[in-house]
Design a protein around this ligand. Structure first.
Ligand code: FAD
Ligand code: SF4
Length: 324
């Protein structure tokens, strides 16, 4: 499949990149690793006038683990995150999520920023122009119907990024820069929850870094994912858990973030002791959307959300016990 025509921009630093997106705004698309963007362009889902390659910007790359927080540049490759010993030790769910994205050929190119900011997906939308020409225009294509949920006035496309649930489990924040100003928001705030326009970023904003706060003394985390094959495939259901305990081994925090369960990752807080696991799994199920618009049926995916939530919490609790 050929790419549509576009003009190529290659800034040499963040300042230059901000100036370029400030000038071209909606007409420019940012490309980091390109593993999501290029496919969408080939499918003609987007046809930007300009493509700005930020993949070579070294000032947005790398992992700095400090005493109070850890900063990961938006351009950091997922392969590096998956393999970083300190990420594996302190932020296990994040390393596990990065390891499970797609396949090594993709994670060599794919960046953390690009992973977070990928669009939502649906089998009635992520198709070539030839297939789409035979389908009625749905909400996500500017139409008035939903082909997945007949009669629905909204879009149920699914956010299938692996990294966001794991980052949100750690209460991560991210830095968004535009020419002349910078704002820091929680990763949760990157998502609108609206399947048509799922990412809450202004056209002239660049995600430059992700910040992970320091956690309590005894904690662990885990990420669990359902996919058709053991490699390459997007999550069809996922859950990240963060659990911390007090000195006398009582659960202090238990946070689960479910993914591939709607247009945005969803946070579920709540377990106060190990016996609450079933209740937490039920909450995860209640919050998940199960629509038949991916490769597995919606009802099954929804059930698996509760199973994965339980597995992720249990893996976190077991890891804490081993380490105490
Ligand atoms: C075969 C295949 C399998 C895949 N499997 C998975 C999977 O299992 N799990 C998963 O999560 N993903 C999967 N993906 C999707 C994708 O490869 C990854 O999400 C990847 O991490 C995207 O990163 P990237 O750097 O290539 O993003 P790009 O394609 O460069 O960008 C993605 C989006 O983010 C925007 N963007 C990128 N960086 C910035 C920035 N710094 N500031 C503002 N906007 C930015 C771009 O404009 C674009 O809209 C798969 C893709 C393919 C082709
Ligand atoms: S969920 Fe419905 S509106 Fe959204 S992309 Fe799929 S078919 Fe279109």
């Amino acid at each position: 499949m050929k790419l549509p025509p576009f003009q190529y921009l290659e800034p040499t630093n963040v300042k230059e990149a901000l100036s370029m997106i400030g000038t071209h705004k909606e007409k420019v698309k940012i490309m980091a690793g390109g593993t999501d963007l290029v496919n969408r362009m080939k499918l003609r889902l987007i046809e930007p006038t300009f493509v700005m390659n930020i993949g070579k910007l070294r000032d947005m790359d790398g992992i700095v683990i400090g005493d109070t927080e850890t900063v990961i540049g938006a351009n950091t490759r997922l392969k590096e995150i998956a393999g970083a010993p300190l990420v594996n030790k302190r932020y296990r769910a994040i390393a596990e999520a990065a390891f499970q994205v797609a396949s090594p050929t993709i994670t060599n190119m794919a960046t953390l920023g690009g992973n977070l900011l990928q669009n939502t997906r649906c089998m009635y939308y992520d198709q070539s122009g030839m297939v789409l020409s035979g389908l009625e225009r749905c909400h996500k294509r500017g139409g008035t119907v939903c082909l997945a949920v007949k009669g629905s006035k909204r879009c149920f496309s699914v956010y299938q990024g692996d990294m966001a649930p794991a980052l949100i489990a750690f209460n991560a924040r991210c830095v968004l820069e535009r020419k002349g100003s910078t704002r820091t928001v929680s990763v949760t705030e990157l998502f609108t929850g609206n399947g048509v326009t799922p990412i809450a970023l202004e056209a002239d904003e660049l995600l430059t870094k992700i910040i992970l706060p320091k956690s309590e003394s005894f904690f662990s985390s885990a990420y669990r994912k359902l996919r058709l094959r053991g490699s390459v495939d997007y999550p069809l259901a996922s859950a990240a858990a963060f659990v911390s305990v007090t000195n006398d081994r009582k659960i202090a925090t238990c946070r689960v973030v479910i993914g591939a369960a709607g247009a945005a990752p969803k946070v579920i807080d709540g377990v106060s002791c190990e016996a609450d696991l079933e209740g937490m799994a039920q909450k995860a199920y209640d919050h998940a959307e199960g629509v038949d618009n991916l490769q597995l049926g919606g009802a099954y995916r929804r059930k698996m959300i509760s199973v994965l939530a339980k597995r992720a919490i249990k893996a976190s609790i077991d890891a804490i016990k081993e380490g105490m």
